[in-house]
Design a protein around this ligand. Structure first.
Ligand code: NAI
Length: 345
């Protein structure tokens, strides 16, 4: 029996984990709390911890987990910026779900974009009150507009395909441009300057943190629409707010927010919101916020559970193999000596 401490458990992800876990000898200990330095003791007695995007797996947490004999940290997400993978190296294996449904995220980005540009959120509220006025609902055609895509991995490419279907001109920036992809790569500066819409699909790293800041906004077109379904830290939210107040930014569609960890995924409707920046952003008529739900489709939830269970089993059942392992060298392919399908240490 493999015991897994499942942090930040939610009603929507438990059924699929129960299903796949019960097919094997895996028992999940569901914990509503997030993993951090105060809650790490709850992992005692388990073999694996399973975490999501807002659990904090810093060096101090890793030390404790190692002390408690935890063998593996299994991320239920693709992004892993919340895990100190360097601190884990040589101590605890880290695995993630590289792709559960890139379509889910790309389609959500488009849903946000269409909602925002065609003012669907406003129309919905109006017609519910039998207000059929069209004033203030004017949008713009996607056709012929330039969309700048930052990060042309799995999600970015699907987003690009959908945009092309709308007849948009696509330009892109990626630190590692895909060869022979037919994508028109430009510098980040050129992308800021030429885009009517900018959509972020790159990971959050030291290099990408606050890539959209006051300086970048300065270079953008007046009226630009910014979409972020990647990670909140890619955008300096204060600079974004200033850009909106200055009427430079036409609209912002945010599925992620830098300080989301203690806010998103929970019902705060009966409480006073302490985060003034988020409150101010939400109060803007041209900002749409969803609470990190881009991944939330039935297909994605099933894939996350199945891949996570297989990742865990790979450590126990296949000597020397650890599926979808991450280590601090993942971002530096030249340094990585790992053969495909071998443990990192
Ligand atoms: P991917 O790994 O397939 O693609 C990421 C792309 O970003 C790669 O092409 C890579 O070369 C590029 N990149 C790396 N460093 C860069 C830099 N400094 N500047 C520009 N590009 C850079 O990842 P995938 O699956 O497309 O996911 C993208 C991001 O979406 C994830 O990192 C994650 O943060 C986010 N995500 C959000 C979800 C949500 O529910 N909102 C769900 C899943 C992922």
């Amino acid at each position: 029996m493999i015991n897994v401490a499942f942090f930040d458990a939610k009603p929507y992800d438990m059924p699929s984990f129960e299903h796949y876990g019960s097919l094997h000898d895996i028992r999940f200990k569901y914990l509503e709390t997030k993993l951090n330095e105060d809650t790490v003791d709850l992992a005692k007695g388990c073999d694996v911890v399973c975490v999501f995007v807002n659990d904090t797996v810093n060096a101090a947490v890793v030390e404790k987990l190692h002390e408690y004999g935890i063998k593996m940290i299994a991320l239920r997400s693709a992004g892993y910026n919340n895990v100190d993978v360097k601190a884990c190296f040589g101590k605890i294996h880290v695995v993630h779900v590289p792709a559960y449904s890139p379509y889910a995220v790309a389609e959500h980005a488009i849903a946000l974009l269409l909602t925002s540009v065609r003012r669907i959120h406003k129309a919905y509220n109006r017609t519910r009150e039998f207000n059929f006025s069209l004033s203030g609902l004017t949008g713009f055609d996607f056709h012929g507009k330039t969309v700048g895509v930052v990060g042309t991995g799995k999600i970015g490419r699907i987003f690009i395909d959908i945009c092309r279907g709308f007849g948009m001109k696509v330009i892109a920036y990626d630190r590692f441009p895909a060869k022979d992809s037919g994508i028109d790569y430009v510098s980040l500066e050129a992308l800021w300057a030429a885009s009517d819409i900018i959509s972020l699909h790159c990971p959050l790293t030291d290099e990408t943190r606050h890539m959209i800041n006051a300086g970048a906004i300065e270079q953008m077109k007046k009226g630009v629409v910014i979409v972020n379904t990647s990670r909140g830290g890619l955008i300096d939210a204060e600079a974004l707010l200033e850009g909106i107040k200055a009427r430079k930014i036409g609209a912002a569609c945010l599925d992620v927010y830098e300080e989301e960890a203690d806010i998103f995924f929970e019902d705060h409707s009966g409480h006073i919101m302490d985060d003034e920046l988020l409150s101010r952003l939400i109060s803007m008529p041209n900002v749409i916020v969803t609470s990190h739900q881009a991944f939330l489709t039935e297909e994605a939830l099933g894939n996350i559970a199945e891949t996570t269970v297989n990742n865990i089993l790979s450590y126990y059942n296949n000597d020397g193999i650890c599926d979808h392992e991450l280590c601090y060298r993942c971002g530096n392919i030249e340094q990585c000596k790992k053969d495909r399908k071998q443990r990192c240490f």
